[in-house]
Ligand binder design. Sequence first.
Ligand code: CP
Length: 320
Amino acid sequence: MKSFFHVSDIGDLGAALEEARQVKETPFAWKHLGENRTIMLVFFNSSLRTRLSSQKAALNLGMNPIVLNIGQDSWKLETEMGVVMDGDKSEHLREAIPVMASYCDIIGVRSFAGLQDRNFDYNETVLRQFLEYSGKPVISLESATVHPCQAFADLITIDEYKEKKRPKVVLTWAPHPRALPQAVPNSFAEWMNAADVEFVITHPRGYELDPAFAGNARVEYDQMKALEGADFVYAKNWSCPGVTDPAQYGRILSKDMGWTVDARHMAVTNDAFFMHCLPVRRNMIVSDEVIDSPRSLVIPEAANRAVSAQVVMKRMLESL
Ligand code: CP
């Protein structure tokens, strides 16, 4: 595996889930693969789960992980080509990437969408430079438009907890005080469309996900109707993807607290499991009683981040 951005990079999902089961059962069985190998984990943005689960996965595989927080541990990096670097950014990605790559075998990068320029974000301008200038396998640890390690962990969790062969999975938008990227819902939609589930997306009008990710998923604007009979409820906020109106890209169009997932919403489901990628704003995205209920999967879902990361890194090591 040369890069990990999209569901297509993992290949057959049944095989990937079987590999995830093996990794979970015997996490140290492939420790020899990472001997004398180094993974560089580059963070332009904050993280708890991605940072720790990636380090844990690398250590399970016998690798040396190096974590670099850009702008804190390093110089601030310029990401755009052709600019006069007379501001506070001391180094350009064009030099920094090959230098970082010279110290490692695999690179993981977290670089959120800026939400200012849709083309810059949706062209994955930062991640593409890592692919182009590093010459190393690159993992998106949440980039401008995708968060594949999260979506893979979500799929592993659904596979573990499903009580029927083809569960109904509902991705619901929920309110948030700040504008958030679309990477998590984009990847979740992409992966659910590829999985053997009945997939429904619900959000207020104007929040339509990019068709490259939403695919042919059913979109239901009536949240309660969408949730009827759901087996899994996946809540997430995202800002306007700018599909119907590019001028609105990255904006907050609604803070309607009627979309906060609470007991009233869960009552119309098939005693659904609740999921969220975390971090989560309690009583904005989800009520305390729902996230604290026995049907909440947020902790096992987060734990599976180490499993998904390990499968991806294992495959990269096997193809070095
Ligand atoms: N879900 C997730 O990616 O969490 P962090 O932002 O804490 O890494």
